[in-house]
Design a protein around this ligand. Sequence first.
Ligand code: MD6
Ligand code: FE
Length: 219
Amino acid sequence: MTTPGLFDDLEDDALPATQALASGAVLLRGFARARAGALLDGVSKVLAQAPLRHLVTPGGFRMSVAMSNCGPLGWVSDRSGYRYDANDPDSGRPWPAMPEVFAELADSAARAGGFDGFAPDACLINRYEPGTRLSLHQDRDEGHYDWPIVSVSLGLPAVFLFGGGRRSDKAQRVPLVHGDVVVWGGPSRLHYHGVLPVKDGVHPMTGACRINLTFRKAG
Ligand code: MD6
Ligand code: FE
């Protein structure tokens, strides 16, 4: 017999649909799952125009996460620093338009997280292959922190690290699966976060990778 406890109202080992991570930060389990196919179609179209690439950090290291962008602004890194740019430095052309399904999902997730009226102008597309990780960092190249970050996980699972306002604050380990969305803003907008190395695996919709979409208001 199992011990009666906190989660008796949940079926089997189901997890709560919404889980607060900190003030202003919430995990929305499965929020994007029903739209995953449309989102991944959008990813394919964007990447046909602005292929994934491994950016170089200001310190000269090649990032293991492969990135691209869509929307009016795109996040880029090179030897001169991190910045948002209206043009893809590889092509010299504007970043591809943000697919409507992306903007709608970001707006509805932000609203579910308590932030009404989110109109992102930047969507960073990240591809994590097995072994790829993202070390603890803050998203602070946006110039203002009035709006949340909305982060959508597709494909292979990963463990998201969600820390506090200081790098030394202990980080929670938050397992993320296909369709999960994390929203962080307000008091936790500048919290440190990262991703542990993605484990080997194959997902029916993405193959051997995790795709993350990160929406921001950068301009
Ligand atoms: C994630 N990604 O992949 C969270 N931040 O779940 C990020 O925090 C992130 O992938 C800045 C740049 C790229 C990223
Ligand atoms: Fe980040």
